[in-house]
Design a protein around this ligand. Structure first.
Ligand code: SF4
Length: 301
């Protein structure tokens, strides 16, 4: 798979084992920016101890506004710590030993092949907590099928309705069609959300939508799409935390935060459509939620 990489819809076909790089910039070595307990996911994932987040370097979307740009963009090859499949499995086990409620794989798609080996290996070494696939929503159905049975919770973004914005901000004009097909496969795999007696999500799909300034119409279309395709079979997390934190030269429209009115209108629509899930308080708008990617917590030789 890594010799002719088609793990994501970019279908680069590059030989990552010989150092050739595709759109995401990842070769065949796993690089991780940080593995730590993280308390800022949805309450049914973070709980009291935190989700066991594993922030992977590189990304197959590379949105211009990415808050994790230190490990997703041009500097990703120098960021974080390198490990292998066995080290990745041990990283999961270490997070469980620290009290993580789950393993939260953040931006994992470029390492889906490695994960298809690391997850069973970690299970064979005793990992017992759920696995979350926390991704950009721009996913290949074939890759998701390879992971069928290994992922307990899918946590995809659903970023855009309009191909114009999808191209402008993520160089992915086919984002909407790809995301709908991918989320359909995720929901097929996980079925309806199941909570345990303590309020933790054990399985299911949560769709995240990060609102962008000035794109209220696009948000409305995304919410309507979620309602008509999946309704109560998914949970929805409507996020207002967008903060300009990258060089946005050429994108002046993104150099502001969301207004209260923009967010409240979207919350109203989400409610009207009967979508279950979460909205965010104004306090969530803070760069302090962005982790420091120093490579800590990663097990390696
Ligand atoms: S995972 Fe990376 S190399 Fe592979 S198809 Fe996607 S962008 Fe290209």
């Amino acid at each position: 798979m890594l010799k002719h990489c088609t793990l994501c819809p970019r279908d680069c076909g590059v030989d990552r084992t010989s150092g050739e790089l595709g759109f995401c910039g990842a070769d065949d070595t796993i690089r991780i920016g940080l593995a730590s307990l993280h308390k800022w996911e949805e309450p049914c994932l973070s709980g009291t101890n935190g989700a066991g987040t594993v922030f992977f370097c590189h990304c197959s979307l590379r949105c211009v506004f990415c808050q994790n740009h230190d490990i997703s963009g041009h500097a990703a090859a120098e960021a974080g710590i390198a490990t292998d499949i066995s080290g990745l499995a041990d990283t999961f086990l270490s997070l469980e030993q620290q009290g993580a409620h789950n393993i939260d794989l953040v931006t994992p798609t470029q390492y889906a092949y490695h994960l298809s080996h690391a997850i069973p290996l970690a299970r064979s070494r005793g990992l017992s907590i759920p696995i979350i696939y926390n991704c950009g929503g721009y996913e290949s159905v074939e890759t998701l099928r390879m992971l069928d049975g290994m992922i307990d919770i899918y946590l995809p973004d659903f970023k855009y309705f309009s191909s114009y914005y999808a191209q402008r901000y993520s160089s992915a004009p086919d984002y909407y069609d790809v995301a709908v097909e991918a989320i359909e496969e995720m929901v097929r795999q996980t079925d309806i959300p199941v909570m345990d007696a303590d309020g933790f999500l054990r399985s299911g799909t949560i769709i995240r939508h990060l609102m962008l300034p000035g794109l209220s119409g696009d948000t409305a279309q995304v919410l309507r799409c979620i309602s008509s395709h999946w309704g109560s079979r998914v949970l929805v997390s409507l996020m207002r935390q967008f903060t300009p934190c990258t060089d946005l030269t050429g994108y002046p429209e993104l150099e502001r935060r969301l207004t209260d009115a923009e967010y409240e209108d979207a919350c109203f629509l989400m409610d009207m459509l009967g979508l279950e899930g979460w909205t965010q308080d104004a306090e969530s708008i803070s760069e302090s939620f962005i982790p420091h990617f120093d490579g800590s917590g990663v097990c390696h030789d």
